[in-house]
Design a protein around this ligand. Structure first.
Ligand code: 4AD
Ligand code: MG
Length: 480
C-alpha cells in the first residue's frame, strides 16, 4: 500500500507524543540542510520535517528543492524551535518528484496575483490560493448541505440548450458545422441549422432556470448548481464568460418567500465557511488588511473581512423597492455633485454597478434586496405586478461586489405570460415545453440565481473574480 500517509492538517491537530507517521507533500523551503517546511495542500500550515545532520546522503539533500515532492517517515516530537508545536524527526526521506530549482518559476518573495494567474498549476501551491480554493470548496459543500436539509432535489439541467433563458442573446453557439463558409444554407441563404448536429441551432446555457421550473412544478423544490456561460464582452473584475450558478426554484412560493430563502441561504453558507475554514479566513482577512494598507484612507473598507462576514450573518438585509432606490440615488450628494459616471436619468433606467454599490456601500452599509423593477428592463418570465409597470423581481446587492443574486416570482398565468412573450418577440412554439408548466396545474412559484464566484469573492475578499475560479475564461483568454 502506497497511501499510508496522514494529512498534515490532521497531524497538526494532534499532540506530539512520539507517534510514528508517514507524510507526503511538496517542499516549501529547505533550510540549513536540516529543516523542511512540507505542505500537502490540506492546510496553509507546513509541517517541519527535521533531518539529523550527517544522517542523509548528500545526493538526497541536493534533491530537496522548492516544490519537489517527497515522502517522509519518522517520529513526531515536540518542537524545540519557535513557530511550531511539533517536528517530524525523519527516519526515511524518499523523493517522489524532483523540481529543478533553476527553472522553478516562483521565488520565495511575494508575487502579484496577475503573475500567478499565468501559472495555473503553481498558484494553487501559494498560501493565498490554497486558502481561496479550500473556502470555495466549503461554500460549494454548504450549498448542497443547505438545500439537502430543506428537502430540495438537486436537478441537473442541460449545458447545451436551444433556448435563451434570459433573452439577452449573449450566447456561445454550439455547432459541428464547418466554419469555412461551406456550411449548408437554407432558402434565405443563411446557415441551415436543420443540418447541424442537433437538427437545430443550439448554444451553451446562460441559466438553468427554465428547465428548473419544470422540476419545481413536479418536485416542489429543486436547485441547480452548475456552469453557465455568457458571451458578454465585459472585461471587468466581476464578469466571467464561464461561471457557476446556483438556482433554486420553488413551487408555492411568492416574492417575499423567495427573498427570505435567499437571505437565509447566503447567511448559512457564509456561517458554514466561518465555522469550518476559520484558519483560511483569518489568513485572507490579514491578506486583505495588508493589501488595503497600500490604498488611500478613503478607498479602504470600513470593516475587515471577518468583521464584515460576521456583520452580514448577524444583521437583516435592507429591503427596498426599485422605485425607492431611484429616489435615494436621485437625491444623493453623489448625484448632485455628478460623481456617477452614468447619470441618474430617472424611473425606468437600468442600474449600473456604481449605483448598486453606492446603495450598499455608502447609503445602507449592508446588503440590500431591491425589488419590483420596471418590466422593461427585466426578463419575460417575471410576474407582472398589479400596477401594470413593474414585475416581481428581486436583486441582492452585496458590499464590494454589487449584484450577487438575481431572482423573481414567475408569471404563472398563461395569458399574461404569452402576451408578454409576444411583446418581446419570443416564439411560443419554441417554448411549448416550458408553457406546459402553466397548462397543467400551474402554481405560484419563484426562484433566484446566485453567482457562485461573486459569492466566493465576497467571502474571501478577493477583488478580481479571476482569482476565485481555478481556470478563468474571460474575453481573449482561455489558456489551460
Ligand atoms: O441576474 P441573472 O442573469 O439571473 C438569471 O440568470 C436568472 N435566470 C436566475 C434565476 O432567477 N434563476 O444571473 C444571476 C446571477 C447574478 O446575480 C450574478 O451574481 C451572476 O449570476 N452572474 C455572473 N457572474 C459572473 N460572471 C457573469 N458574467 C455573470 N452574469 C451573472
Ligand atoms: Mg441580474
Amino acid at each position: 500500500m502506497f497511501n499510508n500517509r496522514i494529512k498534515i492538517k490532521e497531524l497538526l491537530a494532534q499532540e506530539p507524543a512520539g507517534q510514528q507517521v508517514t507524510v507526503m507533500g511538496w517542499v516549501r523551503t529547505f533550510r540549513n540542510n536540516q529543516f523542511i517546511a512540507l505542505n500537502d495542500g490540506s492546510t496553509n500550515n507546513n509541517l517541519q520535517v527535521v533531518l539529523e545532520l550527517g544522517k542523509f546522503p548528500e545526493e538526497l539533500l541536493k534533491r530537496i528543492t522548492t516544490s519537489a515532492s517527497l515522502r517522509a517517515q519518522g517520529v513526531v516530537e515536540p518542537s524545540l524551535g519557535k513557530g511550531q508545536k511539533m517536528d517530524l524527526k525523519a527516519t526515511t526521506i524518499e523523493i517522489l518528484g524532483d523540481s529543478d530549482a533553476e527553472k522553478y518559476p516562483l521565488q520565495p518573495k511575494k508575487h502579484s496575483l496577475e503573475f500567478l494567474r499565468e501559472k495555473a498549476h503553481l498558484r494553487f501551491r501559494t498560501n493565498t490560493f490554497g486558502a481561496i480554493f479550500r473556502v470555495r470548496h466549503a461554500l460549494a459543500f454548504a450549498v448542497h448541505q443547505f438545500f439537502n436539509q430543506k428537502g430540495f432535489i438537486y436537478l441537473h439541467t442541460p449545458i447545451i440548450t436551444a433556448s435563451d433563458a434570459e433573452g439577452a442573446g449573449e450566447m456561445f453557439k454550439v455547432t459541428t458545422l464547418p466554419m469555412d463558409g461551406t456550411a449548408p444554407k437554407n432558402e434565405e441563404g443563411a446557415v441551415n441549422y436543420k443540418e447541424d448536429f442537433f437538427g437545430r441551432a443550439t448554444n451553451l446555457t446562460v441559466s438553468g432556470q427554465l428547465e428548473g421550473e419544470l422540476g419545481a412544478t413536479a418536485f416542489g423544490e429543486i436547485y441547480t448548481f452548475g456552469p453557465t456561460f455568457r458571451a458578454e464582452n465585459s472585461n471587468t473584475a466581476r464578469h466571467l464568460a464561464e461561471f457557476w450558478m446556483i438556482e433554486p426554484e420553488m413551487a408555492f412560493c411568492d416574492l417575499e418567500d423567495n427573498m427570505n430563502l435567499a437571505e437565509e441561504f447566503i447567511k448559512y453558507i457564509i456561517g458554514y465557511a466561518m465555522q469550518h475554514n476559520a484558519e483560511d479566513l483569518q489568513f485572507l482577512d490579514q491578506r486583505l488588511a495588508e493589501e488595503e494598507k497600500q490604498l488611500p484612507q478613503d478607498k479602504r473598507s470600513e470593516m475587515g473581512l471577518l468583521d464584515k462576514l460576521k456583520f452580514v450573518v448577524d444583521n437583516q438585509f435592507e429591503r427596498i423597492t426599485y422605485t425607492a432606490a431611484i429616489d435615494i440615488l436621485r437625491e444623493s450628494n453623489y448625484n448632485k455633485k455628478k460623481k456617477f459616471q452614468y447619470e441618474i436619468t430617472g424611473w425606468g433606467m437600468d442600474l449600473q454597478s456604481e449605483h448598486e454599490r453606492y446603495l450598499v456601500e455608502k447609503h445602507f452599509k449592508k446588503p440590500v434586496i431591491l425589488s419590483n423593477y420596471p418590466a422593461g428592463i427585466k426578463a419575460f418570465y417575471m410576474r407582472q405586478n398589479e400596477d401594470g409597470k413593474t414585475v416581481a423581481a428581486m436583486d441582492i446587492l452585496a458590499p464590494g461586489i454589487g449584484e450577487i443574486v438575481g431572482g423573481s416570482q414567475r408569471e404563472e398565468r398563461m395569458d399574461r405570460l404569452t402576451t408578454r412573450m409576444k411583446e418581446m418577440n419570443i416564439p411560443e412554439e419554441e417554448l411549448w415545453w416550458y408553457l406546459d408548466t402553466r397548462r397543467f396545474g400551474t402554481v405560484p412559484h419563484a426562484g433566484f440565481g446566485l453567482g457562485f464566484e461573486r459569492m466566493v469573492q465576497f467571502v474571501t475578499g478577493m477583488n478580481n473574480i479571476r482569482d476565485v475560479i481555478a481556470f478563468p475564461r474571460t474575453p481573449g483568454s482561455a489558456e489551460f
